[in-house]
Design a protein around this ligand. Sequence first.
Ligand code: ZN
Length: 253
Amino acid sequence: MYEHGVWRLHFVCRVEVDVADAPGDGVAGIDLGICNLAAVSYGDESVLYPGGALKEDEYYFAKKRAETDDSASREAKRLDRKRTSRRTHFLHTLSKDIVSECVERGVGTIVVGDLSGIREDENGESRNWGTHGNLDLHGWAFDRFTMLLDYKAETEGIEVVTKSERGTSKTCSVCGRSDDNQRVERGLYVCDCGFVGNADANGAENIRRKVLPNLATDGGDRDNGWLAQPAVRLFDRSGGRFAPREQVTGRES
Ligand SMILES: [Zn+2]
């Protein structure tokens, strides 16, 4: 190429980004929430990730922060940095665990509920998250979590899609109805069709269905014990990772 009076050689390098093939064509749905930070439905299995460890941290740091006299002090800044790195570590670990569970189950697509539903109720009002001083946690955590999940899933060849959460917590994932014959009692979703299951797992299954062709529902005859008894994975502080509840002692039992 002749340019500005001199000949130049141009080399073009193509760099292939190493992305794995999708582990399979399964679909997983994730419902993000407060009590359970994430509920995951695999279509025949559901897994809950309680947010207790994260909340304990929030209480701890809120308390320590209140004890410092000067909110601009070095100590206050140190606490803020530490809190942020603990949150980040927790969310890294959570997204990593979900992606590796997805790989194990041959999942090629993860559907995540759109977060606007988390922050606003049906009328578009901000939901009341209680008085525990962790109001800002959830918007922050969910955005961060989704970003980390997206990134980790991509390297495994898994696609992450977001879908509106609208109606997913109210609809019965077994009979498909959403009228006045369903209710949530103490974390259990109860429908007149006979289905009783974990409310967050029910929501996650509805989110999962959003990318599936419309399935004929069978009025509740299908075996849905997996929605009634989700597995629970807890953050194990000693190991810094998530593990089945049975293996994590002393917390969130
Ligand atoms: Zn039903």
